[in-house]
Write a protein that binds this ligand. Structure first.
Ligand SMILES: [Ca+2]
Ligand SMILES: [Ca+2]
Length: 185
């Protein structure tokens, strides 16, 4: 019983997978998105972090698998002159849509952050590019046909946790196990 509780607690408390991912150019479109996060994916909760690089007119696309109820958080952090350079813009797209599900320009300094509770299971794409004046930051073309002068390294962290309901269910189950254990003593 004790071991079961420890295993359950570990599943609740720990990040299952953690790896430093990188990018392979070209990854400037949804069609050429890097699958590194996609391939590393394990059962949530999990998190990964990558140190990536923007060059002039560059964008970076990463494919990720989400199931209904998965809560995605992605954050970019500029390294050159933190937290402002390079100035990033980030968006989340599904497999076919040309309008972002969510997008953000500045969240921490000029870095970006997005959060989304998946309402449909499927493949999604995190897109990061450099800020430029004008343009529509929710549009796929802002990322796939980027024109900007934001150059330099940035950190991208990606985490996925289960929906709150399943976390509550797991917590209730743990409380039940502990109560059962106390009664048996
Ligand atoms: Ca790129
Ligand atoms: Ca920004």
């Amino acid at each position: 019983m004790k071991r079961l509780v420890i295993v359950a607690l570990s599943a609740l408390m720990c990040v299952n997978a953690f790896a430093l991912f990188s990018e392979t150019e070209p990854n400037n479109t949804r069609a050429t998105a890097n699958t590194v996060i996609y391939n590393l994916r394990s059962t949530p909760p999990f998190a990964d972090v990558g140190v990536l690089n923007l060059t002039q007119n560059d964008s970076d696309f990463f494919k990720i698998r989400l199931e209904v109820g998965d809560y995605l958080t992605a954050i970019t952090y500029p390294i050159n002159n933190p937290p402002n350079d390079p100035d990033t813009v980030m968006a989340l797209f599904d497999a076919t849509g040309t309008t972002a599900i969510v997008f953000n320009d500045d969240a921490n300094g000029l870095g970006s952050a997005i959060r989304w509770l998946a309402t449909a299971s499927g493949d999604y794409y995190i897109a990061v590019t450099g800020w430029r004046p004008g343009g529509t930051q929710s549009s796929l073309s802002y990322y796939e046909s980027a024109t900007h002068n934001e150059v330099g390294p940035y950190i991208l962290t990606v985490s996925v946790v289960p929906e709150p309901a399943s976390m509550i269910a797991l917590g209730t189950g743990l409380a039940g196990l502990l109560a059962l254990r106390r009664r048996r003593k």
